[in-house]
Design a protein around this ligand. Structure first.
Ligand SMILES: *[C@@H]1O[C@H](CO)[C@@H](O)[C@H](O)[C@H]1NC(C)=O
Ligand SMILES: *[C@@H]1O[C@H](CO)[C@@H](O)[C@H](O)[C@H]1NC(C)=O
Ligand SMILES: *[C@@H]1O[C@H](CO)[C@@H](O)[C@H](O)[C@H]1NC(C)=O
Ligand SMILES: *[C@@H]1O[C@H](CO)[C@@H](O)[C@H](O)[C@H]1NC(C)=O
Ligand SMILES: *[C@@H]1O[C@H](CO)[C@@H](O)[C@H](O)[C@H]1NC(C)=O
Ligand SMILES: *[C@@H]1O[C@H](CO)[C@@H](O)[C@H](O)[C@H]1NC(C)=O
Ligand SMILES: *[C@@H]1O[C@H](CO)[C@@H](O)[C@H](O)[C@H]1NC(C)=O
Ligand SMILES: *[C@@H]1O[C@H](CO)[C@@H](O)[C@H](O)[C@H]1NC(C)=O
Length: 693
């Protein structure tokens, strides 16, 4: 008797103990005994701090998820954590803000750059963050390196004095503040640098510092006061996290889901379950009957593991669901039961016939509406305008083809990830194979449905279809049936100049002779663009990444028109530029306009890259972030030879390289009138190349 009582007591105590532990853990769903809150941040497993008391087991899944708690602040490595989202697989952490400060004569007093990298499990959330830049003469530059596709972007701010009246001066839209929302997908690293365009001396209401940071959307509320005093030195942003070892990670009643943004997995509770799918206890059943549910009579709710069901009490008819037929009183139900069954049998045969008819009509309708949609897109996208324009000019219809959507879907394996050969801020390029085995490059713009942009696009296609130059990538056609038009280009097989001349890739660099040839060909191509039609075609985005090479190192200028899709002529108050810094004509900031001479400027930078093989934007160049500035100051200090590419510099080439360097300097003259035309540049390069032979 005595023994049995003791056993019962022990069981009771054990029960209480377990219950208490479960209660403690349930809130943040950490492992039993582990810290479940630090300050006011919950710490759900797989994240954790330290080891479980009395054991040697870690409170976290693996080192990736190890956190520390110091004076009520939670840290991931040395970065403060402000929130962990278990269901979304996200974590908010804070990073230092990049800044640069000047005195009134334009001397840099203080500069800091934020560099971010955490281990493989984390990627920078693409839809949740934004890059914000502040200041009155600020050029911010964000770089997201990647082994496959690196991405860079940023924006420029100027200040209007007085602040514009028509818009709220405290919105971040170009005046004193600018933002970039399209953060690339799947990136793990970033660097963020701020610099200035006018060395900060021309800032009217003197603003001593410029700032730039990555922040969670909605966190930052711009105020004009921040231009004089900025109170933050860290900003929170959002990371996606995943588990790489799925074997044992997803516990009972949960399933494993491939991450959409990169390698790894996340766990999710099955439908009808809730809790922490990573916790050893797994997810537990939801008692739907004790919460708002869809039963029309609450008492008639029945909970089972993974779901619930509703019913009606006797003498009621209906299915018992509020979203279904509910429950209604039915006195004659039993009397007519058999009658109903017989009628039902009769009806169901009829119903089957009706359903068959309806289904077949529905299918035909769906096909028709899909066809209508394509036709509508085609018309909206100016298909008719284009066909009209093309038919006026003999010979063009054969050159520029109008593709059907289905042809391009087949050619790219339904725009499969593996076919992506390049991405930019504004578009994605896929490799496609046409039925006759011709490879093509298919460009899909990321623009919306602004009719003005679409009109621009149509005239662009019309213009491009007239271009026929051996050093310009040929436009084969376009597809207008999709909401966003698609462009089809010839496929050039040897990558871009950036793939070949790159400070990080030093194996078999291109010879100086080949570089000179590429430069000459590129210059000829641009000069052709500037002169072929009565209105010059301004490329607006000449850069290494847009000069393609075929297997004989023949240059092909590509990607013109992409920048046309961007409403760059929006020069009013909003001076936000998304594009390629380092190549951008500084005059653009004053006039808000790009013309042929802007292409000359960009080409000058391309020449400098060919000469030095160094990065156009480089943070570790002692305040000379831009290659153009760096090059200019080296020339002035008579130290050109020190920065020329050692791989190609020799006795024979030195003099030629100096001549090209002088030409490059003229191309980047601040005043547009002082820059040579592209025609003159091409001619001079040709002379230099001929002299060499
Ligand atoms: C900044 O520019 C002004 C005029 O453009 C020049 O006088 C000044 O020396 C420059 N300062 C620096 C630090 O380059
Ligand atoms: C990201 O940064 C880390 C550490 O600096 C480096 O090891 C890694 O190679 C970088 N990744 C890319 C894609 O640049
Ligand atoms: C990057 O390239 C490697 C090898 O070429 C490939 O295995 C990997 O899937 C690529 N990653 C992405 C994100 O495209
Ligand atoms: C910038 O100006 C503010 C206020 O005018 C001052 O507190 C701050 O120290 C200055 N920063 C630098 C780096 O000079
Ligand atoms: C910005 O405003 C939002 C909404 O009012 C607020 O939740 C957020 O805390 C604010 N951000 C800062 C940094 O004050
Ligand atoms: C995954 O985790 C299990 C259990 O912790 C371990 O036995 C296994 O070796 C891990 N697999 C990999 C590829 O790390
Ligand atoms: C109730 O029914 C609606 C519609 O079918 C469904 O979306 C919703 O999830 C249901 N609610 C519950 C608690 O089951
Ligand atoms: C109504 O809600 C229940 C419970 O969520 C669901 O199982 C059922 O399919 C829903 N019925 C309809 C007609 O949407």
């Amino acid at each position: 008797m005595y023994v049995r009582e003791t056993m019962a007591d022990l069981k009771m105590m054990l029960f209480i103990l377990l219950f208490a532990a479960a209660m403690a853990a349930s809130e943040a769903q950490s492992l039993a005994g582990c810290l479940n809150k630090c300050g006011d941040v919950d710490i759900p497993y797989p994240f954790g701090v330290g080891v479980q008391p009395g054991t040697s087991r870690n409170c976290f899944l693996d080192e990736t998820f190890q956190l520390t708690c110091d004076k009520s602040t939670l840290f991931l490595k040395d970065l403060p954590v402000s929130n962990i989202f278990l269901q979304e697989g996200q974590i908010d952490i804070s990073m230092h803000i990049s800044r640069v400060c000047f005195d009134r004569s334009g001397v840099v007093l203080d500069q800091s750059i934020s560099n971010f990298y955490t281990g493989g499990a984390f990627t920078i959330s693409s839809g949740k963050n934004t890059i914000i830049s502040l200041g009155c003469d600020t050029l911010s530059f964000a770089y997201f390196p990647d082994h496959n596709l690196s991405y860079s972007g940023g924006c420029v701010t100027l200040c209007d004095t007085p602040p514009p009246k028509e818009t709220n001066p405290n919105t971040c839209s170009g005046s004193g503040c600018c933002q970039v929302n399209n953060i690339p997908i799947g990136k793990k690293n970033y660097s963020l640098a701020v610099s200035t365009f006018n060395n900060h001396t021309k800032v009217l209401a003197f603003n001593n510092c410029s700032y730039s940071f990555l922040a969670k959307q909605g966190w930052f509320n711009f105020s004009l006061d921040y231009l004089h005093y900025f109170p933050f030195d860290m900003a929170p942003f959002s990371l996606d996290w995943t588990i790489s070892n799925s074997t044992y990670a997803c516990k009972s009643n949960s399933y494993c889901m491939d991450s959409k943004v990169g390698a790894g997995f996340n766990c999710k509770c099955k439908l009808g379950f809730e809790g922490n799918p990573y916790h050893p206890d797994g997810c537990h059943d939801v008692d739907e009957c004790s919460r708002p549910n869809n039963c029309s009579i609450p008492k008639q709710c029945y909970n089972f593991v993974g779901g619930y069901s509703c019913s009606c009490p006797p003498h009621y008819k209906g299915d018992g669901y509020t979203n279904g037929t509910g429950c209604t009183k039915d006195h004659r139900r039993s009397m007519y039961k058999w009658v109903v069954i017989i009628i039902a049998l009769g009806c169901s045969v009829g119903l089957l016939v009706v359903i068959a008819v309806v289904l077949s009509v529905g299918w035909a309708d769906k096909q028709k509406s899909l066809k209508d949609l394509r036709k509508r897109n085609f018309e909206q996208n100016g298909g008719c305008v284009l066909l009209g324009q093309l038919s006026q000019k003999e010979g063009y219809t054969e050159r520029t083809k109008i593709f059907k959507e289905v042809q391009l879907i087949n050619a790219t394996n339904n725009f499969h990830q593996s076919r992506v050969i390049g991405t930019g801020g504004q578009c994605i390029v896929y490799k496609g194979i046409l039925p006759n085995n011709t490879p093509v490059a298919i460009k899909k713009a990321k623009v919306g449905d602004d009719p003005r942009q679409i009109r621009d696009f149509i005239s662009e296609v019309a213009v491009l279809s007239q271009i026929n130059h051996k050093n310009v990538v040929r436009l084969l056609g376009c597809c207008l049936e999709t909401k966003i038009p698609l462009l089809v280009y010839e496929f050039v097989d040897n990558g871009t100049l950036l793939d070949h001349i790159n400070p990080t890739k030093t194996t078999s660099p291109i010879s100086w002779e080949a570089r000179l040839k590429i430069a000459t060909e590129t210059a000829e191509a641009i000069s052709y663009l500037h002169s072929v039609t009565s209105i010059p075609i301004v490329h607006r985005d000449i850069k290494f990444a847009n000069i393609l090479l075929d297997c004989n190192y023949k240059a092909k200028v590509s990607d013109f028109g992409a920048s046309r899709l961007v409403p760059l002529d929006n020069s009013d108050v909003c001076t936000v530029v998304q594009g390629t810094f380092g190549y951008l004509d500084p005059e653009y900031l004053h006039t808000g306009q790009l013309n042929e001479k802007s292409d000359v400027y960009s080409f000058g930078v391309v020449l400098m890259e060919l000469l030095t093989a160094s990065k156009v934007v480089e943070f570790n160049r002692q305040g000379k972030v831009n290659l153009a500035t760096h090059f200019e100051s080296s020339m002035k200090a008579n130290r050109l030879r020190e920065i020329l590419d050692k791989w190609v510099l020799d006795e024979k080439n030195g003099e030629e390289m100096e001549e090209v360097a002088l030409l490059a300097m003229r191309c980047i003259s601040v005043k547009r009138e002082e820059r040579p035309t592209m025609k003159e540049v091409a001619k001079e390069l040709d002379l230099i190349a001929n002299k060499a032979r």
